[in-house]
Design a protein around this ligand. Sequence first.
Ligand SMILES: CC(C)(COP(=O)(O)OP(=O)(O)OC[C@H]1O[C@@H](n2cnc3c(N)ncnc32)[C@H](O)[C@@H]1OP(=O)(O)O)[C@@H](O)C(=O)NCCC(=O)NCCS
Length: 152
Amino acid sequence: MSELAILPVPCFSLLCNAAFALRREVFVWEQKVPEAEEHDEYDLSATHFVAISEGEVVGTLRLIDLPEHTKIGRVAVRQLFRGRGIAHKLIAAAMAHARQRGQDRFYLTAQSDKLGFYESLGFVAFGPEFQDGGMPHRAMRDYDRESAHLVD
Ligand SMILES: CC(C)(COP(=O)(O)OP(=O)(O)OC[C@H]1O[C@@H](n2cnc3c(N)ncnc32)[C@H](O)[C@@H]1OP(=O)(O)O)[C@@H](O)C(=O)NCCC(=O)NCCS
């Protein structure tokens, strides 16, 4: 695989627009998430990351700073580029970037069939399963791991 570049990009930039197009491709067209639910008000204040390979944006995610933790969301990798470790590297790079800014508690809501993927990054599921965008999800966090099962 050609070299992978991972970087944060400002909202409204060309690279961020490419990331939004990739999100539409993955979530709306592939996973049939209702288009109205794909973008929300957090897109304006989130930190967006892109993974670039072979000159194109092939992966993206966003970080949202919340009072209790940093939320990782909208993790997407272009279909042809999956299974090469891009999502893993993208999440690790975004978490390292946030840690440099003093954020060390990470949270996400995972599609239930992706729990194993996030567990490999140190996350643990907690709380009941719920529906989001028409798919079952679980909340996951990488802090207070010991007590997470208590709220299952
Ligand atoms: C989920 C997604 C982001 C993974 O991207 P990717 O670049 O293919 O993932 P990686 O190659 O970094 O995978 C890393 C590891 O997780 C594993 N993995 C990937 N998808 C998995 C899944 N659904 N369940 C369990 N493990 C999974 C891979 O096998 C790999 O394991 P390995 O390191 O032991 O080989 C990608 O499949 C995608 O965009 N899916 C559609 C959108 C989506 O579902 N987003 C997540 C919403 S919660």
